[in-house]
Design a protein around this ligand. Structure first.
Ligand SMILES: NC(=O)c1ccc[n+]([C@@H]2O[C@H](COP(=O)([O-])OP(=O)(O)OC[C@H]3O[C@@H](n4cnc5c(N)ncnc54)[C@H](O)[C@@H]3O)[C@@H](O)[C@H]2O)c1
Length: 423
């Protein structure tokens, strides 16, 4: 059976590859030609591995055997009933508003080719109500036997192949036949449990609430971290001991919330609501504001620590190590580390950023980790990356004295010659 996967980004590419590895003939479609070219050339930057191989090389092997094909303009291979997996995200406009036209466009692309027996399964994180209002009326207007289902994606970047295989799935569908067809397809991929949502809107809401849950709880642990620092308490020891309680699970503190999903989740919920209800969501709104403030709070922490040691931020050499939105990742969308860099520059600091996986065109970077930390007045550890050692001896020797490190990722071991602030 042919599968067409729309969108070959962080979610769509691993998914297309995984389905091809399961034996399906997969055609991946992405309207951005560059994306197709990087896959063909084997230069995919995303950090996903399966059985020891990088995703770029798995993709190339599959391309050679035609288990995976690529298109930048959609062409249906034949008229046999097929499966259409949609991973194209709702777009973010530069002004921060959401653009659902991406979903409209992908549906309009597929619609004219549909035949009886086709299944459309959406993985996109949706504003609750989107599939009922945008997708289903269009499909029903065809008066064909088309199945429509929604199964939100929960995989985490850098763990895509493992989580595709093991994560539990939520599934909802337009009608009973759609549900049965989609469930059969999902079961053909992996045995991991499937939970039925009674309506598609509810399933859309599940995904949005999962993301907001993390957003709120990150705001909470970061606030706890700020309080702990004030009290001279190690946040990581505190967290470890708090989490011995069987019903408490603190997340890890960090430099803020990045990536495409979590910072946008609250907007998705707000767009499903009226003005009055939006204002009433005090906890979620506050958490979001706190998460937006976290990068500048990290910078204030740096200013405070420098000043305690008789240094000012203006012209201070600050190394920001790790620019990705999370550890061991190449994704820098909404990365709090990039915001930290911007704030530091505004404060007049001389910033030397470094991340081996984030391209230099995103932000000017030092040529190496060593160059970034040499003679630095302060190091901010904003993300861990492979082959970036965070060796305390090397750091204490290379830095200007006193060596000040603000560690947002619990990456550095204490050392007598380093003033280490874990936040
Ligand atoms: N990144 C994550 O960790 C993650 C996790 C779970 C769910 N999600 C959700 O998955 C969806 C995709 O996220 P992503 O991170 O993969 O985004 P992405 O931006 O990395 O990939 C989306 C891809 O879709 C392509 N595209 C846009 N319009 C298209 C069209 N009409 N036809 C074909 N391709 C088109 C883009 O060129 C892009 O390559 C989003 O809804 C996101 O919220 C993401």
């Amino acid at each position: 059976m042919n599968i067409y996967v729309f969108g070959l980004g962080h979610i769509g590419l691993p998914m297309a590859i995984w389905m091809a590895l399961k034996g399906y003939n997969v055609t991946g479609i992405d309207i951005h030609r560059d994306q197709i070219e990087t896959i063909r050339e084997g230069t995919v930057a995303i950090q996903e591995h399966h059985e020891g191989k990088h995703i770029a090389s798995i993709a190339r092997d599959l391309l050679k055997t035609n288990k995976l094909r690529l298109q930048d303009t959609f062409h249906r291979m034949n008229d046999e009933p097929s499966i259409f997996v949609i991973t194209v995200g709702i777009a973010d406009r530069p002004d921060g508003t959401q653009d659902v036209s991406t979903v409209h466009k992908v549906v309009d692309t597929i619609l004219p080719s549909l035949v009886d027996g086709d299944l459309l399964i959406f993985k996109t994180t949706m504003i609750p109500g989107t599939i009922d209002t945008i997708v289903i009326p269009k499909v029903q207007s065809l008066h064909k036997k088309i199945y429509v289902a929604y199964s939100p994606e929960t995989i985490s970047e850098t763990a895509a192949f493992y989580e595709l295989e093991h994560n539990e799935r939520i599934l909802s569908a337009m009608d009973e036949d759609s549900y049965v067809t989609a469930e059969k397809f999902l079961k053909s991929l992996t045995d991991s449990p499937i939970h039925r949502a009674s309506t598609i809107k509810l399933a859309e809401m599940v995904k949005v609430v999962q993301n907001i849950d993390r957003d709120v709880n990150i705001a909470f642990i970061n606030e706890v971290s700020e309080v702990a620092l004030k009290l001279g308490i190690d946040i990581h020891e505190l967290r470890q001991l708090v989490n011995t309680h069987p019903r408490v699970q603190l997340l890890e503190p960090g430099p803020g919330v990045g990536g495409y999903c979590l910072p946008n989740a609250l907007k998705y919920l707000q767009l499903a609501l009226d003005e009055e209800m939006r204002g009433e969501m005090q906890l979620m709104n506050t958490a979001r504001e706190l998460n937006n403030l976290r990068p500048i709070k990290i910078v204030h922490q740096v200013i405070k620590r420098l000043s305690e040691h008789g240094k000012g931020i203006k012209d201070a050499k600050i190394a920001v190590i790790g620019l990705a939105m999370k550890d061991y990742c190449a994704d820098y969308r909404y990365s709090p580390a990039l915001e930290i860099v911007q704030h530091l520059i505004r404060e007049g600091a001389e910033v030397r950023a470094y991340d081996p996986l984030v391209p230099a065109y995103v932000i000017h970077q030092a040529n190496s980790y060593e160059e970034a930390i040499n003679r630095a007045d302060c190091i901010i550890i904003a993300a861990k990356q492979e082959n970036v050692g965070f060796d305390p001896v090397e750091i204490s020797e290379r830095m200007d004295k006193p060596a000040i490190v603000v560690d947002t990722r619990n990456a550095l071991a204490p050392h007598p010659n380093i003033y280490l602030y874990k936040v």
